[in-house]
Design a protein around this ligand. Structure first.
Ligand SMILES: [Zn+2]
Length: 209
């Protein structure tokens, strides 16, 4: 979707649609910044209806122990998947909801049996040992640093390659997503994003509803 159109459309959208749109826009930005494509997949095992991103998010029970979403057509609950693609590979993993990601990153013992706190694992190790947590965290929060910050933990590793030209890549997102979301994905301070947006005289993102 062309990002310029999204803001006008958004004024008529329901909460479910807005959740989905914001996720879709975030995934575009993640792809641009990280060269990684994420696609949530929710196909109902009973009636074969394919859920939109918004339906998948809306269908979660906000329960850290329940990994299922609900089919809006027939009501069946099932665990959605996340497809992760790089130029070299394609993987299918469980898709966790934002709450489950945070519960697991905060290392509650019921979720992760590990001797090493998860926040001390470098990105490569975290990705290898806990692929579903890692990829769901990127999907919902844009970076590990941003996801750990949500549970009050400092993640000392930087994932983004500082040599990459991230500024060019975030310009289409300015004003179409909250500055904080863009900052999280780019792993920079929100002040930098706000300044870039104001320099271009772009209004800040507003969720209407
Ligand atoms: Zn169904």
């Amino acid at each position: 979707m062309h990002m310029g159109m999204s803001m006008r459309l958004e004024q008529r959208l329901s909460l479910k649609q807005r959740l989905g749109l914001l996720l879709t826009l975030r995934l575009h930005l993640i792809d641009a910044l990280r060269d990684e494509k994420y696609e949530p997949m929710g196909r109902c095992p009973k009636c074969e209806f394919t859920l939109t991103n918004g339906m998948i998010l809306h269908g979660f029970n906000q329960d850290p122990g329940d990994y299922t979403t609900g089919c809006p057509k027939c009501g069946v609950r099932f665990a959605p998947k996340l497809i992760y693609r790089t130029p070299a590979s394609q993987t299918e993993i469980p898709f966790y909801c934002p709450m489950q990601v945070l519960a697991q990153l905060s290392n509650r013992p019921t979720f992760i049996e590990t001797h090493q706190p998860i926040a001390t694992l470098p990105p490569v190790e975290l990705k290898k040992q806990y692929p579903a947590i890692y990829h769901s965290a990127i999907t919902h929060y844009g970076s590990l640093k941003a996801a750990f910050a949500k549970v009050g933990l400092v993640y000392a590793f930087v994932e983004r390659d500082p040599k990459k030209d991230w500024k060019e890549k975030i310009i289409p997102a300015l004003g179409n997503m909250p500055d904080t979301v863009i900052a999280d994905c780019a792993e920079v301070s929100v002040c930098i994003i706000r300044r870039m947006r104001r320099e271009r005289r772009i209004d800040r993102y507003r969720a209407i509803g």
